[in-house]
Ligand binder design. Structure first.
Ligand code: UD1
Ligand code: CA
Length: 460
């Protein structure tokens, strides 16, 4: 259509640096923020942009980075020696479409927002310009300074180490993030020299080249400063973690979730919550968690990859992982639901109980000190305190089936494979090894003997 050109976008993320100040064997960009490598956050933001082709420049720990970053379609470029940001971008250029717009990002600047990147791209496209993301800092020490002429036009970026005393007073700094056409980069990058204070090929030297070539240079600012904060050490990473967590907490509060304290909650994944959900202090949510309307989570719970139905109540110190809960279930305190725990409506799992790969039927109760694994429990079953499904013989796992309305007496062992029929009753302390038919009573324990006239031994 007239006047509308489709621009392809190449995102080049620099991630070759060592990150010595992390004092870690792990490459810096693999250090986690909200449970996910910093580099994955950057790639995720870039992936929101239309038609983005992603390129990542790796060097230190290249193999580890490739192995751990698998959920994105990226083309990797290796920079074996870190000779500067300009040199780093040049390593990706052979794979970049010559017609593309190039957006340069950093694997250690994890909280950049896609909205800000889109604004930067719009600015670049609007004037076929070199678009820079800049911020004004109270303390610009260490950063490249944005040098403008009297009319306010950007003339160059001067690195802190190369700057004059007068330039050191400039508070507008380069964040490093920029957008420009691949065509321009292919012209300018080969012309960079390392004739500067650090002996590096500075990407920032292309700004003066743009000015010389009459290419417009424009700057925009991010919405928030944390978007452009880089991570060089664990203190900075911890600070950004708090910023990010607070952001997620504020989103939940805005969406109508009650948080006992928005500063004492950690989300490492995606938490989807309905209306009138309440979450007490110290809870950690990992992976994909869905809490339906009216769910309440007590203090110090860990909930991972689970769905909790309407009105479920989880009491303090419970761990829920890979579980599916229908509405009205009641969990804990101190309960552990492991992968495959499938609780039907209004089921109850109480303190010090562990449930794994098992269906707990509607209205059934597993209340105290019990292990239920590889089991299928019907409706309205009462499982007494200390019951164990003996699902493992040391080699194979076997299944326990319990019919509707059965009553399992306390301290029973159900040696799988075994079935307990509907309405059956198991006497306390039984070891059940054979099928119990519907409505039968089974007592499988030593008979009680009372010996009268017995005398206790006396001390010699
Ligand atoms: C760079 C900018 C500076 C800006 C600052 C913002 C240049 C020359 N300077 O300085 O204007 O204010 O960022 O934080 O660009 N990297 C590689 N390969 C290399 C060199 C760097 O992958 O050869 C990566 C690093 O891992 C790092 C990023 O690029 O993630 C920035 O490099 P760094 O050397 O820290 O640049 P600064 O000196 O901070
Ligand atoms: Ca830096």
């Amino acid at each position: 259509m007239s006047g509308h050109t489709v621009m392809t976008l190449a995102v080049v993320t620099l991630a070759a640096g060592k990150g010595s100040r992390m004092k870690s064997d792990l490459p810096k960009v693999l250090h986690k923020l909200a449970g996910k490598p910093m580099l994955a956050h950057v790639l995720n933001s870039a992936a929101q942009l239309d038609d983005a082709r992603q390129h990542v420049v790796i060097g230190h720990g290249a193999d580890a980075v490739k192995q751990q970053i698998t959920e994105f379609d990226v083309s990797w470029a290796v920079q074996s020696e870190q000779k500067g940001t300009g040199h780093a971008v040049a390593q990706a250029m052979p794979d970049v479409d010559a017609e593309a717009t190039v957006l340069v990002l950093y694997g250690d600047v994890p909280l950049i927002r896609s909205e800000t990147l889109q604004k930067l791209l719009d600015e670049s496209h609007a004037g076929n310009a070199l678009a820079l993301l800049t911020v004004e800092l109270d303390d610009p020490t260490g950063y490249g300074r944005i040098v403008r002429d009297d009319a306010g036009n950007i003339q160059a970026i001067v690195e802190h180490k190369d700057a004059s005393a007068e330039q050191h007073r400039i508070r507008e700094v380069n964040t490093g993030i920029l957008a420009v056409s691949a065509a321009h980069l292919n012209t300018w990058l080969p012309k960079l020299s390392a004739n500067n204070a650090q002996g590096e090929y500075y990407l920032t030297d292309i700004i003066a080249m743009a000015v010389e070539n009459d290419v417009a240079v424009r700057a925009i600012h991010p919405l928030d400063e944390y978007e452009v904060q880089g991570v060089n050490d664990r203190l900075q990473l911890a600070a950004l973690e708090r910023v990010y967590q607070r952001q997620l907490a504020d989103e939940l509060l805005t969406a109508g979730v009650s948080l006992a304290d928005p500063a004492r909650l950690d989300i490492r994944g995606t938490l989807t919550a309905g209306a009138d959900v309440s979450i007490d202090i110290g809870c950690v949510f990992e992976g994909d968690v869905v809490l339906a309307d009216g769910v309440s989570i007590g203090p110090y719970c860990v909930v991972k990859n689970s769905q909790l139905g309407q009105g479920c109540e989880v009491e303090a110190y419970s761990h829920i992982d890979g579980a599916q809960l229908a509405s009205g279930c009641s969990i804990g305190p101190y309960a552990r639901l492991r992968p495959g725990a499938d609780l039907k409506q209004s089921a109850k799992v109480g303190n010090f109980c562990e449930v794994k790969k098992a269906v707990i039927g509607e209205g059934s109760k597993v209340n105290h000190l019990t292990y239920i694994g590889d089991a299928e429990i019907g409706k309205d079953v009462n499982v007494g305190a200390g019951t164990i499904t003996c699902n493992y013989d040391g080699v194979n796992k076997s299944k326990t089936e319990i019919g509707d309305g059965a009553f399992i007496g306390s301290n029973s062992s159900l040696v799988a494979p075994v079935k307990v029929g509907a309405g059956a009753t198991i006497g306390a302390g039984s070891v059940i090894t054979r099928e119990v038919a519907d409505n039968e009573l089974s007592v499988a324990r030593g008979k009680q003997r009372n010996i009268s006239g017995w005398a206790r031994p006396v001390k010699n």
